[in-house]
Design a protein around this ligand. Structure first.
Ligand code: 13P
Length: 254
């Protein structure tokens, strides 16, 4: 059975004192054993968060990285650097990186390769715009994103890949995909992976949903057959709401 994952993507939120206050409170929580919990603070707080959470079952994740290990790339952070501060998973291809920072399929492919070369896992984000959905192009768009940046990988590397389906129209808008819409796309993604790779890979890969997941809708979304947890933005910034979502992913708690 696929283990559920709940990952908090803080985006560009929480300064050092806010991060410390979150972590102080967060560490006191009782974490369900049947959920993999991850938080992705900004680069500046990764080392601190890693040190602080060392004894706790929470992974510290990066929100992005550069595709080269080192060099003249002012302002960038490499996978090698992330690895050296204890980060073992990186989010790549978030729609904000694609749309605001112009990251192309080709660049993302290089970043995926660089992360794997540095023995990191990747949460690879895919998702369509509102216009794509209105034109019922969502499956085509998501398939292209997978094909262009992931499907060159050898099947032996696929165990390091987690997919996050984040429809752009649902991110930060308060408008969530319905559980049926999420399930439909997750099933499509799983079947696309099945066609390219194998039943074993398709059945084991974890596919997260992201886009306005909140404590009151998490349980219904997570209960869909092909939804293996969530990538949480706004609601991951407060311990209380994040923990409610974490617990909604657990089979042990109501
Ligand atoms: P929200 O949960 O704030 O909609 O953000 C989702 C997201 O983009 C997570 O990566």
């Amino acid at each position: 059975m696929r283990k559920k994952i709940v990952a908090g993507n803080w985006k560009m939120n929480h300064d050092l004192s806010e991060t410390e206050s979150f972590l102080g409170d967060f560490k006191k929580q009782l974490f369900p054993e049947d959920v993999s919990i991850m938080i992705a603070p900004s680069f500046t707080h990764l080392f601190h968060a890693f040190q602080s959470l060392k004894e706790h079952p929470v992974q510290v994740v990066a929100q992005n990285m550069h595709e080269e290990d080192s060099g003249a790339y002012t302002g960038e952070v490499s996978g090698k650097m992330l690895k050296s501060v204890g980060v073992s998973t990186v989010i790549l291809g978030h729609s904000e990186r694609r749309t605001i920072f112009g990251e192309s399929h080709e660049v993302l492919k290089k970043k995926v390769d660089a992360a794997l070369k540095n023995e990191m896992n990747v949460i690879f984000c895919v998702g369509e715009s509102l216009e794509d959905r209105k034109n019922t192009n969502q499956e085509e768009v998501v398939k292209k994103q997978l094909e262009a940046s992931i499907f060159h990988l050898d099947s032996s590397l696929m165990e390091h890949i987690i997919i996050a389906y984040e429809p752009i129209w649902a991110i930060g808008t308060g408008e969530t995909a319905t559980p049926e819409q999420a399930q439909e796309m997750h099933r499509f993604i799983r079947n696309t992976i099945r066609e390219k790779y194998s039943d074993a890979i398709a059945d084991s890969i974890q596919i997260l949903y992201g886009g306005s997941v909140k404590p009151d809708n998490a349980k219904t979304i997570f209960s869909q057959e092909d939804v293996d947890g969530g990538l949480i933005g706004g609601a991951s910034l407060k311990v209380e709401s994040f923990m409610q979502i974490v617990n909604a992913a657990s089979h042990k708690k109501e």
